[in-house]
Write a protein that binds this ligand. Structure first.
Ligand code: HEM
Length: 399
């Protein structure tokens, strides 16, 4: 029996979960929470193995704790699929997510960052998350997906609201649900507009997906239907905005806490890509990823029965001393062979290279203009959810 307590809803724990994750890794690597009826794996090696073993650890019953359950099967989002369905959708969308298409976004990412930061020039205080970090990924993903600029901000707010957490009900609450419906309706309308007036839109993801074909159940090639298109777009939109925003918010806080390393990045921007990897390892923007156990499994002498919910704590894996020496130290020079912050195996983040690009360029443009900033006391606010982790506000003071 252990006296360790962790759940993803406890806001005090969420402020700094690392001490309890450390205890879980050493004392309770197969952690059981009766109150919310889940298990949790916290060691790097276990998370890596479980992520690869989709025949045991399935995504088909949801990956967000309060949304998981026996009846969750049938979502059209590939993040909630196992092979063979996942394989089919993933290969289709990977064709649309080519390195060439991603590279085309580089200049756009830089322009967006430069314009936003130049707009803040001369201000002695601003909110790095609200004024900058939330805007960058939303503008980039909108361009990629094909959301017109004039319609973007409303959808960004809706997507943010989809992550609204209720103290009693987690992310299953009316506010989040209504926001999801609004985004869904918006995207359905956008897909229809793309179908009806293709010339009005550019060479975006919806256009590519409209022209794509998958092999149907009867073995015949068919186009994607509207629901599949909306679900794809929704997944990209949500996964692409909420996570990158948190990476950038974490960067503002962690670099202010390590001014010497920040000065090194200012002096030598070629260190920035590795600093982004270290930031991802050190504070994972998406640290809790659920799986449904399809058959009994035994790990470290504990049996997890079929039909259980298991949370893979990728945020804890990043601090596992067996994988990363001196894991609690932030070190932009760390030699990072691999981390699991983007997941591992078949669900490895589809947007990882775009996220890395956004992280790198956002930091390059920030450090170019703002070599020093301080965090304003009392002006950091965490947005607590059971899946993504980070700040909704980070007040910074610029000398
Ligand atoms: C720092 C930024 C990001 C982080 C930390 C992150 C993290 C993750 C993680 C942990 C997973 C695996 C989930 C699981 O195994 O259940 C994932 C999957 C995914 N991510 Fe990301 N992500 C980021 C940015 C993005 C961006 C920018 C996009 C889109 C442009 C994106 C699109 C996706 C998609 C579509 C999947 C599902 C892949 C699949 O099921 O095969 N992500 N991401």
């Amino acid at each position: 029996m252990t006296d360790i307590y962790w759940d993803p809803y406890d806001t005090e724990i969420d402020d700094n979960p690392h001490p309890v994750w450390k205890r879980m890794r050493t004392e309770a690597p197969v952690y059981r929470n009766d109150r919310f009826d889940f298990w949790a794996l916290s060691r790097f090696e276990d998370i890596e193995k479980a992520s690869k073993d989709t025949a045991t650890f399935s995504s088909t019953h949801g990956t967000v704790l309060e949304m998981m359950g026996p009846g969750m099967i049938g979502s059209n989002q590939m993040i909630f699929m196992d092979p063979p369905e996942h394989t089919m959708y993933r290969s289709l969308v990977s064709r649309a997510f080519t390195p060439r298409r991603m590279a085309l976004l580089d200049d756009y990412v830089r322009d967006v960052c430069a314009e936003l930061l130049d707009g803040l020039a001369g201000r002695s205080e601003f909110d790095y998350v609200q004024d900058f970090a939330t805007q960058v990924p939303s503008m980039v993903i909108s361009r990629l997906v094909g959301v017109p600029e004039s319609e973007r901000e409303e959808q960004r707010e809706n997507i943010d609201t989809m992550f609204h957490i209720d103290p009693e009900q987690g992310m299953i609450n009316d506010i989040a649900f209504m926001a999801r419906i609004r985004v869904h309706e918006y995207l359905m309308d956008l897909v229809h507009r793309h179908r009806e007036h293709p010339d009005v839109f550019g060479d975006d993801m919806i256009k590519v997906l409209l022209g794509a074909e998958v092999t149907g159940e009867d073995g015949e090639l068919r186009s994607l239907n509207d629901d599949e298109l909306v679900q794809f777009t929704l997944l990209l939109y949500v996964a692409g905005t909420e996570t990158v925003m948190r990476l950038l918010g974490n960067a503002a806080v962690v670099l202010a806490q390590h001014p010497d390393q920040r000065a090194e990045l200012v002096a030598d921007p070629s260190l920035i890509p590795n600093a982004v990897e270290e930031l991802l390892r050190y504070e994972a923007p998406s640290p809790v990823n659920g799986r449904w156990v399809l058959k009994d499994v035994e790990l470290h002498g504990t049996k997890i029965p079929a039909g259980s919910k298991v949370l893979l704590l990728t945020g804890s894996a990043g601090r596992d001393a067996d994988a990363f020496p001196d894991a609690d130290a932030f070190d932009i020079h760390r030699d990072i062979k691999k981390h699991v912050t983007f997941g591992y195996g078949i669900h490895f983040c589809l947007g990882a290279s775009l996220a890395r690009t956004e992280g790198r360029i956002a930091l390059e443009e920030t450090l170019k203009r703002l070599p020093n900033w301080e965090i304003v006391d009392g002006k950091t606010v965490r947005q607590h959810t059971s899946t993504v982790r980070g700040y909704s506000e980070v007040g910074v003071r610029v000398p």
